[in-house]
Write a protein that binds this ligand. Structure first.
Ligand SMILES: CN(C)C(=N)NCCC[C@H](N)C(=O)O
Length: 264
């Protein structure tokens, strides 16, 4: 099925502050390389037949390339992001403004801190929601009320996996791949109960942000370095599309981080 993705070209990308353990401002990042890698990802989506819309990057917002954090869109309703760190705060209104000026009238400015699809991942009948580092539990309730979908809270415990989408991705509408150790014992149990047939990833694949992947139910767009996970996905019948995004990983992001799915 054709998907609709919102992306933001990394024209102002830089690693100039550290708000997660992947970021080292001393080492920085090469913007030209990041743009080339990002263009590769955008090209992959277009080759797969998906629709890609673009939001204008804003100078002074070096993390704006990580569009997944900008909002959560389900059934045409847009739940806006409210960022944890002041460095990213202006991205919330910028993304919300894109949606309202593109005809999404059911758009809500969030009352509680949440980082959009970074911590909310949508399946057919429920939304999985991360907390522990960025998104507040109160935002899970706010999203449930606004979207009318059950929201299941999951607690993240490893700072390397500070967003839910660094530790888990939906394979399709009813199953997921995830790295168990990124979650609290209770949340691991919830995941085992909900998804007995899940793909369980190793730490080797998780530390190259292999779980920050985008599946359309048939193809999985995934960081090239996550080779073990790719083999398992192929064994399960998925078509794996590896992408090279190492420059963006220096800010703590991968393919999913660059991709906000617009549903409905
Ligand atoms: C879902 N997305 C977008 C992510 N998981 N992460 C990207 C955010 C990276 C940024 N430096 C930050 O720390 O906020």
């Amino acid at each position: 099925m054709t998907r609709h993705y919102l992306m933001c070209r990394p024209d102002h990308f830089a690693v100039e502050y550290a708000i997660n353990p992947w970021m080292d401002p001393e080492a920085g990042a090469d913007r030209e390389v990041a743009i080339r890698q990002w263009e590769g990802l955008r090209g992959v989506y277009e080759e797969l037949g998906h629709r890609v819309s673009l939001i204008d990057p804003v100078e002074g917002l070096p993390d704006m390339v990580f569009a997944a954090n900008g909002a959560l869109v389900v059934g045409g309703r847009v739940y806006g992001a409210r960022f944890t760190h002041p460095e990213r705060a202006a991205e919330g209104p910028a993304y919300l403004e894109w949606f309202t000026s593109n005809g999404y009238t059911a758009a809500r400015e969030a009352e509680f801190t949440n980082e959009g699809e970074g911590d909310f991942l949508t399946l057919d009948h429920l939304v999985l929601a991360g907390t522990g580092f960025r998104t507040e539990v109160a935002a899970h309730g706010e999203a449930q009320e606004f979207l009318g979908r059950p929201v299941v809270s999951l607690r993240l415990v490893d700072p390397r996996f500070y967003h839910l989408d660094t530790a888990l991705f939906p394979l399709n509408g009813h199953n997921v791949a995830y790295f168990p150790e990124a979650f609290s014992p209770g949340s691991q149990e919830v995941l085992r109960n909900l998804f007995p047939d899940a793909v369980v990833a190793t730490e080797d694949d998780a530390v190259v942000l292999g779980l920050n992947a985008v599946s359309d139910g048939t193809h999985v767009v995934i960081n090239a370095e996550a080779t073990g996970l790719q083999l398992e996905l192929k064994r399960r019948g998925f078509e794996v599309v590896p992408v090279e995004l190492a420059e963006l990983r220096k800010a703590g992001g991968g393919p999913k981080c660059c991709t906000l799915e617009i549903r409905g």
